[in-house]
Design a protein around this ligand. Structure first.
Ligand code: G3P
Length: 222
């Protein structure tokens, strides 16, 4: 069994935007180094390039649009994101929902471009649906728990367990993550005990007084 991973979704909190995004990335970098646990940051598109230049953390985009180069004002083009330094992307999210056909196109784009794909889902059924597209990761997050501090791994353990089971039945190479309300070591340990291979989280770390300490505590019970 490989070591669990942590993906930190910066979303659009001021605490994780602009210069604060760089500081948070430096915290992630030292927490990953000290703990030996892989930690990936997913900052906003405008912050990617600087973070790539000034830190060595792996970075994911928060979004890729199903487009090819050309006339698509306001969209996120995979080629530009890769040049800015991403090694993967979140795809679909309860805060930015995509159609299944578009998720399929973007997963294919990531495969053609050799970057990692982490499709976020809202429940067991959609997790199974996207598993047929064989992304690298499926991250299940019940929307009603996102941002609440009530951890999915403790409040809805069956969602984590049944997503792992359902996804692995379809494609055993997919790694299943869970998220929503995860903020401390107990939440993360519960997720791993339920069969998840890591967590996708945001506010619990971003809003912490000291994000580096919060990250170290998060992985301290593994
Ligand atoms: O993508 C991660 C996310 O939606 C979970 O948010 O703030 O509950 O950790 P949060």
């Amino acid at each position: 069994n490989s070591k669990p991973i942590v993906i930190l979704n910066y979303k659009t909190y001021l605490e994780s935007s602009g210069l604060n995004a760089l500081k948070l990335s430096q915290a992630l970098e030292s927490a990953a180094e000290e703990s030996g646990i892989e930690m990936i940051g997913a900052p906003q598109a405008a912050d990617l390039y600087r973070i790539h230049q000034e830190t060595s953390i792996p970075i994911f985009a928060q979004n890729i649009d199903p487009i090819s180069p050309g006339g698509h004002t306001g969209h996120d083009l995979i080629d530009t994101l890769i040049e800015a330094g991403v090694s993967g992307s979140l795809i679909n999210h309860s805060e930015k929902r995509m159609k299944l056909a578009d998720i399929d196109e973007v997963v294919k784009l990531t495969k053609e471009n050799n970057i990692l794909s982490c499709v976020c889902t809202n429940n067991i059924e959609t997790s199974k649906a996207v598993a047929t597209l064989s992304p690298d990761y499926v991250a299940v997050e019940p929307p009603e728990l996102i941002g609440t501090g009530i951890p999915v791994s403790q409040a809805q353990p069956e969602v984590v367990e049944d997503t792992v089971k359902g996804v692995k039945e379809i494609d055993s190479s997919i790694k299943v993550l869970c998220g929503a309300g995860i903020s401390n070591g107990d939440d993360m340990k519960a997720a791993i005990d339920l069969g998840a291979e890591g967590v996708l989280l945001a506010s619990g770390i971003i809003k912490a007084e000291n994000p580096k300490d919060a990250l170290l505590e998060l992985v301290s019970k593994l």
